[in-house]
Design a protein around this ligand. Sequence first.
Ligand code: HAM
Length: 468
Amino acid sequence: MGKFASFFAKTLGATNDDALTESRPASISAVGLTAHPSQKESKMPFRAVKGMNDVLPEQVGRWQRLEATFRHTVALYGYEEVRTPIVEPTALFVRSIGEATDVVDKEMYSFERHDESLTLRPEGTAGAARAYVEHSQHAREPISRWFYLGPMFRAERPQRGRYRQFHQAGCEVYGDLGPICDAEMIAMLADFYSKLGIANLQIQVNSIGGAESRQRHRDALLEFLRPKSASLSEHARERVEQNPLRVLDSKDPRDRAACEGAPSVLDYLVEEDQTHFSRLRNALDAMGVAYTVTPGLVRGLDYYTRTLFEISATSGDLGTQNALCGGGRYDKMIEGLGGQNIPAVGFAMGLERVLLAMPEAAELTLPFCFFAPMGETATARALAFAQALRREGVRVEVDSRGNRMKSMLRRADTMKARLVVILGDSELERSVAAIKDLEAHSQIEVSFDELIGKVAELLATVTAGRSA
Ligand code: HAM
């Protein structure tokens, strides 16, 4: 039996296969994460990989609108899109993210191919930086503003808001030392989330300083943690000498207890770093952004220098995984990857989490218009109107099943149409159409000549109301 044939035979026969029976997170329809039928309900031999989710057509509209809002927002700030491969050399992530991080140590999907170790990207910053250096982008312009959207992969324990394939939208700025551009980035994010109706945002900022400040803090931290070594978790004990900051980031209750009263990084910043951080705070104040300074904010990746920030929310369906985005400055990565000495700052947000945090009312599907024509002649009329409206950029569906009016209206309701255009016999005779607003519970009658303009006008008001 060939390699694949024996694999299939094993998989198809293995009803107790771990991959098929492991429990999965519950369905989260708002995000478009589809629960899989349990093994009892389904005889299907294949299901999506644990922690990786399908987004079905009924849910994809929300995703597309979120992505469009993101693209629109970052375009206003001058960001251009970059698309980098999903697979990168493993060494790129080890070098930039750091060996002693959870992401590199435990969570990467790595594999060998033709004597090369490759990894499904766990985040977008390293790949974007590689592309920036590889294509000598510094020679093109002194400051580059890039954004990206796409799937990332981390072998974490799946739960609500935490998946093995998840999607990030992120921005990176190369060539600006900050801190004004860091502050502008945070303000842009605060605006973006409130535009989506996400309330109760907590914006946390911190600075871990440059190399000198970090060394000073590291020494102090080591001195503080060494005597407590016995009370640390095994994992932290292994890491403490290599990178004591990672212990501060640990979620283990033993480590959290040991870190109580640990030296604060802010007390070890050299003067230049202190100035950088106070200018960041002044700029945030000037823009009216509410934030808290969290000296314990560390973040799980090793590449950061100076500014760190994280935005979380307690709204919507978010559970404990409530960090909507995180980012910071990484002034040494470009040089570390063989480029010039070019500073950088960026962030990434988990789109699944943003969708969970958005209130139900922030329905992001396009408002659309449903035609309910009675009979052949009315249907022909409706089809012509529908074409004209689509040319105006309106989403339209014509019910051409020849059903009764009641059943067409029921379908319009299920499909969450905003407007229904009714073309019955009495309307046809008088060359008018009835426009029913399903949300406002109102109905008006307009002549055929006015129909296109009126529908476009009503839907434009709805869209404007939502983005206000
Ligand atoms: P990160 O904090 O590892 O930073 O991830 C950023 C965001 O991605 C998190 O705040 C969260 O919303 C989302 N996220 C992370 N892991 C998962 C997961 N397993 N499931 C669902 N969502 C997840 C970075 O990735 C950096 N590259 C950010 C950055 C860009 N720093 C500078 N530039």
